[in-house]
Design a protein around this ligand. Structure first.
Ligand code: FES
Length: 152
């Protein structure tokens, strides 16, 4: 179905919730794999918000992406516990291996690299998630294996 139509249906379903904006955005991302720009005016209108307000929320939360993801999504934890266990270095290594920055997708469309802020695996930091599956104690070898897996 067309984006505006699906958006309208999702908003209709969820706008009765208290604080409906985040659940609506999550549902839209589940549906399309990202939050298409053209959803924003529809959401704003239906919830009586300004476009700037909706846009602000989309950009504030790191969960939402504004472009389609690659076939695989590799997330690296950027929160404190993981930082203290070499998260920065790991992130640099991942960027170098993939040749992209956070929020980017490899040119072949295989892998999108995204930051995430705590995966609840702090005791096994640094942690990562590949396509929804969490991994703890990610060292260089593990990272290389993850990247190779994502590239397949
Ligand atoms: Fe990384 Fe909690 S800080 S999993």
């Amino acid at each position: 179905a067309d984006v505006a139509e699906r958006t309208l249906a999702i908003v209709g379903e969820l706008k009765g919730l208290e604080g409906p904006l985040l659940p609506i955005l999550h549902e839209i991302q589940d549906e399309f794999g990202y939050v298409p720009e053209e959803c924003l005016p529809v959401i704003a209108r239906e919830l009586n918000l300004s476009r700037a307000e909706v846009y602000g929320v989309v950009t504030f939360y790191h969960d939402f992406r504004n472009h389609p993801a690659g076939r695989h999504v590799l997330k690296l934890c950027r929160a404190e516990a993981c930082q203290s266990m070499g998260g920065d270095r790991l992130a640099e290594r991942a960027k170098a291996l993939l040749g992209i920055d956070f929020h980017e997708t490899t040119p072949d469309g295989a892998v999108t690299l995204e930051p995430v802020y705590c995966l609840g695996l702090c005791s096994c930091s640094p942690s990562a998630m590949l396509d929804g599956e969490v991994r703890g104690r990610v060292d260089d070898a593990e990272l290389e294996a993850l990247v190779a897996e994502a590239r397949r």
